[in-house]
Each structure stands twice: as structure tokens, then as C-alpha cells.
Write a protein that binds this ligand. Structure first.
Ligand code: PNS
Length: 157
């Protein structure tokens, strides 16, 4: 089974890493696909996000980090993927995720979206929360994998 885990990953968090690790166990191949869309307001460049994700997934041999632009269904078809992976935190995610899954299915019904419920310790976590805490100089060591914290410290100093 070839899966795609798409997202902005701006920056990657422990919550993303949890989903990547779990999805890599039931996928033969997992593409972690960073959206490269210039209209999105992002804090980290695509190349920084690719570097960060490559670093934290280097111990997972069936995971490949890539960027994509345009429609997710087109990238998935090109990658030969049968499944889209998305993490679900709480009710707040549901409406957006459900709409996205139905949209993608309407565009390509060969693709199934699989939702993985987040591990409970990451229920509160998001890239936006990490950026908010970073902005005011707070501690993010429990929110992101260690190499990500180091990368952010290096790139912000
Ligand atoms: O981490 P995010 O920002 O919640 O991820 C959103 C993402 C990248 C999965 C979504 O914006 C996406 O797939 N964009 C590509 C354009 C597309 O295919 N849109 C149609 C589905 S709504």
C-alpha cells in the first residue's frame, strides 16, 4: 500500500511525527508531501520544511519526503498512492477534514482518505501553536522533535 501524508508542516510537530510513524507501519511506502503553494502564508520555506522532515524521518526507510504543488489527487495519482493519511485531533478538525476528504473523493474515487486519531498527549498541538509560542520566546521542546527545535534555534539566531 502506497500512502500520502500531505500537509503544510510549518513547522513539523510531535503530532505530525506521531502520525508519520504510525502510518509508516501499515504502509509499504509513505510519501510525506509538503504543499508548495505560494499563496499560503508560511513561516518556513519549502526547502527548510523538507530538510526538517527529512531529518526526523531518516530512521524510517519506507518514508520519502517530497513537495507537491497543485491538486493533492494529481500528486497522489502520479505517486501511485491509494490512500491519503490525515491526523484528526478533536471535533475542531472534523468539518474541514471531512470536506477535504469528500472533495478529494469527488475528484478521484480511487483514493481513500484514512484518518488517524492523534495520540492524546498531542491533542492541543498544531504548527500555529508552535509558531505562537516561538513568537514570544516560549519553550517548544515538548512540542517538536529535538532536531526541529535545533533547526529553528539555528535559523532564528
Ligand atoms: O497541514 P494543512 O495545511 O492542514 O494541509 C492542507 C493540505 C496541504 C492537505 C491541503 O491544503 C491540500 O491538499 N492542498 C492541495 C490543493 C488541493 O488538492 N485542494 C483540494 C482538496 S481541499
Amino acid at each position: 500500500m502506497i500512502s500520502v501524508y500531505p500537509g503544510s508542516f510549518d513547522p513539523p510537530t510531535n503530532g505530525h511525527m506521531d502520525i508519520i510513524t504510525r502510518a509508516s507501519k501499515f504502509s509499504d511506502k509513505l510519501y510525506v508531501a509538503v504543499l508548495n503553494n505560494s499563496s499560503k502564508n508560511v513561516a518556513f520555506s519549502v526547502s527548510d520544511r523538507l530538510s526538517m522532515l527529512s531529518k526526523i524521518t531518516e530512521g524510517l526507510p519506507n518514508v520519502e519526503v517530497v513537495s507537491f504543488s497543485g491538486l493533492l489527487v494529481d500528486f497522489a495519482a502520479q505517486a501511485g498512492a491509494s490512500h491519503i493519511i490525515r491526523g484528526l485531533r478533536a471535533v475542531m478538525d472534523f468539518e474541514y477534514e471531512f470536506q477535504m476528504a469528500l472533495t478529494n473523493r469527488s475528484l478521484d474515487d480511487r483514493l481513500e482518505t484514512l484518518f488517524i486519531p492523534t495520540s492524546v498527549q498531542y491533542l492541543y498541538l498544531s504548527s500555529s501553536i508552535v509558531k505562537e509560542v516561538l513568537k514570544y520566546g516560549g519553550n517548544i521542546s515538548h512540542m517538536v522533535p529535538e532536531p526541529i527545535e535545533e533547526f529553528i534555534k539555528r535559523s532564528h539566531s
